[in-house]
Design a binder for this molecule. Structure first.
Ligand SMILES: [Zn+2]
Length: 176
């Protein structure tokens, strides 16, 4: 079934991502984002390790992503991902054993629960703030997992983590 780019974009933004919608940069976002405890608690990858990591993750990106993000936009997302988790942890290829704690932006959902969030700056300088786990599932989930996620009720909320830790961004811990 053919689907044009605009239709796909709309569907992703409204039902799969549950993005909050684009915000003009000069306006205050509806939700607050701020950096938390990252200096004390996170041991960051060195810049060359970040690049290596991003290069590896690019090879795991699902082709569905190409219709939504340019390579450059995707690059920015993956760099944020690599910089905001501990250097010895990998949310994509690290396996399901341990939680991978998010040290990037956070936001609260409408139940006032803290959620991992990621900010995307578009070419026109507008920003979209998305839940990190929704972004990860869109970018990396295989077709079967992604189909299950699309069957979940539409909410403007992060996906639930099977481990119960909403600041965990391990792809394998996303509840489907
Ligand atoms: Zn976890």
């Amino acid at each position: 079934m053919a689907e044009d780019g605009a239709g796909m974009m709309e569907r992703v933004l409204t039902s799969v991502f549950s993005f909050f919608g684009r915000e003009e940069t000069e306006k205050k976002p509806r939700i607050s984002t701020f950096y938390w405890n990252q200096e004390k608690r996170i041991v960051q990858r060195l810049e060359e390790e970040v690049s290596t990591c991003v290069e590896i993750w690019h090879s795991y990106v699902h082709p569905r992503v190409r219709s939504i993000f340019s390579f450059a936009e995707l690059d920015v997302i993956l760099f944020q991902l690599a910089r905001n988790v501990n250097k010895d942890e990998d949310p994509i290829t690290g396996g399901s054993e341990d939680c991978v704690l998010w040290h990037g932006d956070i936001t609260v959902n409408n139940k006032m629960e803290v959620q991992a969030a990621l900010c995307i700056v578009h070419k026109d300088q507008t920003k979209t703030v998305g839940f990190t786990n929704r972004l990860l599932s869109f970018i990396f989930a295989d077709d079967d997992s992604y189909a299950l996620l699309q069957n979940l009720p539409v909410t403007k909320d992060a996906l639930q983590m099977a481990c119960g830790n909403q600041l965990c961004v391990n792809l394998a811990h996303i509840s489907i």
